[in-house]
Design a protein around this ligand. Structure first.
Ligand code: LLP
Length: 437
């Protein structure tokens, strides 16, 4: 049995030789069997994170819904773990709605939130009787013209404020393209009533990767004031008040773990007295986290390809912005460790990069690592959310494989793509055919 290493997230332990393992499985064995780059997930960790969150909500709310935001990681084997824990699904595209239906999420626990969605997009969630969360009401065409009305309708409200780990993931406030400006939300609900809809919720999602526990209570208070001013005069009753996702993870060593029990205690302090005072029925508190449920439970394994002494010292990996986009897109930090080496013996800083022909294919900070050698296994933490989900074929690189460690051991849950897969849907062409095209 290995020991935990304080410099790493709780997922990784080291065996007596200093080699890393997860749930008793050496990472070198996984890399040897399935190659790199490889995403590795722990079912045990997903269950632990989801259970902590359910307990935190359950301690302060009699009625609550947690819908897993499928966009964070939609591998059906990962999604099934969360479905089996009784969570609902938060979908943002027809494919995600089909996935939720196929996985057997109860429709009353599934919500569809689009953004500039077309009437065509709404057909799948409507057919599957999901709650529809509209991003706007003022449209050229009634989105329910040739479909049945949704059983429950909510609107995504932009409460005028937003926050996020990076600018690109702030989804509320004056610069956000999402939702209905709160001043117009009365209009939206009046329009929905005029269509004959009589079961409602309300929703906001103002930003992602938030580590400030007070923020969630602040936005809840803001949404409740909006409800009081704009919905109460219409006599709207609400089945849920959805405050979105956004629960953050401490990616970098300077960041502090978000205490979710504290978050929902603070939210409850704002929620209960106000909801009791307003005549809006008995709404449940709803949330739709993605990152919090799967982010910590995923690692990205890569192989060191080369170390280059240039104007800086670079450590090149066989994974890059094509495999894990977050560092390039947002300047996001992911802890990086070399298996079998110790950060306490660090000799110098290395700039960690991938193989893509862009200079942004680089982690944002130099890392202190013990002299890397080609062939070393590099392990990135907190890669379970928005990792594989945002990977691409850029520069002609096939997408990586995914492995899930369950009580039965490690299992391949997505095969590594081959070079030919990049051209799969190109008519009259196959990379594998003989001779020039
Ligand atoms: N609900 C809606 C409507 C959303 O748009 C999102 C995420 C979520 C829930 C889940 O948010 P979470 O709990 O994961 O914060 N690619 C970025 C994150 C973008 C989040 C977009 N929306 C990243 O890698 O950090």
């Amino acid at each position: 049995m290995g020991r935990a290493d304080a410099s790493m997230g709780a997922m990784i332990v080291k065996d007596e030789r200093g080699l890393m393992e997860v749930d008793g499985y050496p990472l070198t064995d996984l890399a040897r069997e399935w190659g790199t780059p490889l995403y590795v997930y722990s079912k045990r960790q997903i269950e632990a994170d989801a259970t902590r969150l359910k307990k935190a909500l359950g301690a302060h709310f009699d009625r609550f819904h947690i819908s897993y935001a499928l966009k964070a990681n939609s591998n059906p084997h990962i999604v099934k773990i969360l479905k089996d824990l009784g969570l609902g699904a938060d979908c943002s595209s027809p494919a995600e709605a089909l996935l939720a239906a196929r996985m057997g999420f109860p429709t009353e626990k599934s919500i569809y939130t689009g953004n500039f969605e077309s009437p065509q997009d709404l057909k799948v969630p409507l057919k599957n009787r999901m709650t529809i969360n509209l991003d706007d009401h003022a449209r050229a065409q009634n989105p329910f013209e040739d479909s049945p009305l949704p059983p429950v309708l909510s609107f995504r409200i932009n409460p005028g404020i937003g926050r996020g780990g990076f600018e690109g993931i702030i989804t509320g406030g004056a610069d956000a393209k999402f939702g209905i400006p709160y001043e117009k939300c009365g209009e939206a609900y009046a329009w929905a009533k005029s269509l004959g809809i009589d079961r409602f919720g309300i929703h906001m999602m103002t930003g992602s990767n938030i580590l400030n526990p007070f923020y969630f209570a602040e936005i809840t208070g803001k949404l409740l004031s909006i409800i009081e001013t704009h919905l109460c005069p219409l006599g709207i009753e609400l089945e849920f008040i959805n405050i979105g996702g956004g629960l953050g993870l401490p990616y970098s060593p300077e960041e502090k773990e978000l205490d979710v029990e504290e978050v929902f205690r603070l939210v409850a302090d704002v929620f209960h007295p106000k909801v009791e005072r307003l005549s809006i029925g008995h709404p449940a508190l709803a949330i739709e986290p993605g990152r919090y449920l799967v982010g910590r439970a995923g690692l990205l394994l890569s192989t060191v390809t080369h170390v280059k002494e240039s104007y800086r010292t670079y450590m090149g990996l066989d994974s890059g912005m094509n495999t894990l986009l977050r560092p390039s897109l947002y300047g996001a930090y992911h802890p990086i460790h070399l298996d079998g080496k110790s950060q306490t013996n660090a000799v110098s800083p290395y700039w960690v990069c991938g193989q893509v022909c862009e200079n942004s294919d680089l982690h944002p900070k130099a890392r202190d690592l013990e002299t890397p050698t080609p062939g070393d296994l590099a392990v990135m933490e907190y890669a379970g959310a928005y990792g594989f989900a945002m990977s691409s074929h850029y520069n002609g690189r096939p997408r990586p494989a995914e492995v899930l460690i369950t009580e039965d051991g490690p299992e391949l849950i997505r095969e590594r793509e081959e070079d030919g897969d990049i051209f799969l849907r190109v008519p009259h062409f196959s990379l594998n055919a003989e001779g020039p095209k």
